[in-house]
Write a protein that binds this ligand. Sequence first.
Ligand code: MG
Length: 372
Amino acid sequence: MARGAPGDPGVPPVLPVTVELRRVRLPLVRPMVAAHGVERDRDVVLVAATLADGSVGWGECSTLGRPTYTGEWTEAAWWVLRDELAPAALAGRASGVVGHPMASASVSTAVLDARLRSVSVNLAASLGAEPGRAVPSTAVSGVQPSVDDLLRGVAADLAAGHRSVKCKIRPGWDVEPLAAVRSAWPDLALAADANGAYARDDLDRLVSLDRLGLLYLEQPFAPDQLLLSAELVRSAGTPVALDESVTSAATVDVVVALGAAGVLSIKPARLGGIAEAVRVAELAVAHGLGAFVGGMLETGVGRAAALAVAALPGCDLPTDLGPSSRYFTDDVTERFALDDGTLAVPTGPGIGVAPDADRLDAATVDHLVLTR
Ligand code: MG
């Protein structure tokens, strides 16, 4: 990355002397049910990069346990981190790896975090965002066993301080549950996320959601169905958001050219790292698109890095990154708490948090240290 380029933290590049891989498993407080499957725990790889001066930085590979959300999954990520990405980072060379953006992001973020800590610079500040900024957070509600369960869950989310709610939808669980929430809370900022579960035959059904006044409808079609998404943008009044489709700044250029979305979900992990996420946020501003930072059920490590991006200008819609307590009983870092419907962006050096040694050890199921 060129100095002064978007996402460049303005500190000199330094190679790590060790890269440590920690595969951790944390049970989720409640299963997350979406169109792509059910997540009961988080099985992710945390990466620690240590510099010669002793500075340690952290990154998270936020893959799911199976390749159902994107093509990455944790077992494969462990291999590619061990055999390709960590050795390349230690040698200071390009990895040559095609794909695997979440694994790549974990290494680049760990090294960036270490570099920033070594000079006591906060990540958000280095990106031109505001450390400490209060970022509005939306509650994400998975597919529920019944509409009554959904309404009880939304009521609990609002009681916990959330000011907006996003409901996962899929064929068979869409108009009725969303209409029930809208009826119960006529003024609620309400969005829906389909995780790519719909097809061309569903266009009319999706347009019918217009009457519910949604903030946006996220990823109605498969990630590569950009022409179909553009067709929905032209037909529907509800803003269409793209999430799984947003894999690079170059892809966003195509989305813009096609008019395939009005809103972008920015996920630093899926975009391959912080720098590409910053570029996408800048494109959102340049083209007048709404944007928010999406969540990957991150531990505190990934949550902290993503929150720095969520504080950037242009990320003006509520982030999916919720409070830690919504996902984990015992996170590996200090917990992120909801305050008046918002999450505070960490202010300390680097990403601003680090795993607690005891909690990290308790969650670790595999462990490897690579040296230069
Ligand atoms: Mg999504």
